[in-house]
Write a protein that binds this ligand. Sequence first.
Ligand SMILES: [Zn+2]
Length: 385
Amino acid sequence: MFLNCGRSLPLLRHTDVPPRVTENFILSGYRFPNYSLQDCLLSAFRPTNETGNFWTHFLPVFIFAYYFVEVFGWEGAPHGDDPFFYPLWNYFIGVFCLLMASSMAHLLNSMSLVVREVCFFVDYGTISAYTVGSSLAYFYYIHPQAGIREAGTGGFNGSQVGADTGPRPLSYAVPEFSTFFETFYIPSSCVVAIICVLSCCNTRQRWRQYRYVIRTLVFLLPFLISSTPVFYRLLTRSPYPAASSSFVASTSMPSFFYRHCFWLVVSAVFNISKFPERLAPGRFDIWGHSHQWFHCCTFLSILDELHMIKAELKAILLQPSLLLPAETLPRLPGPTIASTYGVMLLLQTTIASIIVWFSWCANSIYGPQRDQLAKEHLKKHLKCH
Ligand SMILES: [Zn+2]
């Protein structure tokens, strides 16, 4: 092991750090897993094998925010705190937490073996919360439940706009699918998200050999569930009258969705294949290894998802006569605090409890190892002086 007593802590080879910390085909650039908080934060500005992982999810926070706020400047858009935007804000919270937790997990994971575990539990938790944030946005804007009148019940043919002729279907979906969307869609998104957190946290304590495959597959399931409104839309007609400005605005939705899927597939390929470092171990230790490409592709997929949601939002906003206030029909659940922030809060609390449980287990597994490493580290440091 090489060790110097200079100001910046030395970077180590894969043989010099606990096996727990090593990544396949990454041979150098490791930080010793006993960094202080300050050392961790400063390591964002020196080339280690986590620097790229940090920046590839930290910088996108600002890019995402830039495209996100554009919505509020659109003509005819309600104020940012209008209930209409509750689902969009929940989507923002999901993406923001995902990107921040991921970048911070990569930056702080060398504080100790236990902190490393906690960082990645939080990372998995925020990925799951993000999928539910997406589901809320899909549910209200793409399903749509933001209050669009059913085609054929007045409004879409340009006649009888606003005519209320008794009970009418809540969505444009056929009744069987309506039941799924209205009753089971959000609850099943939440349940699947919780299953994902449990499975991914487990891969850090068992099934280690297949961890990348399991984590990738486990996140395919929430994608399939949360995307059902989009699948439904692609397989059926648009809820907007042909040739209307809303119809035109929403025509870009499919291409954004396909691009969103494309980036997800590419990110999964990087995550499982460990390409390119697999071809030349040691060559991509600091820059260009698969996890950085994985981050870039996941962010591009999120960006296309945002564009897709924005296209649908615009379509709804272009037809204000189709918007129904939440209180018009007791059965029409327009976005409310409880159905958006409430769901998100309940989910995040459940996920936080799961993380606390796994962190407690990790502490009992890695705590003794951490104390041993700290002692060794201190001994070597004293020898230097
Ligand atoms: Zn990552």
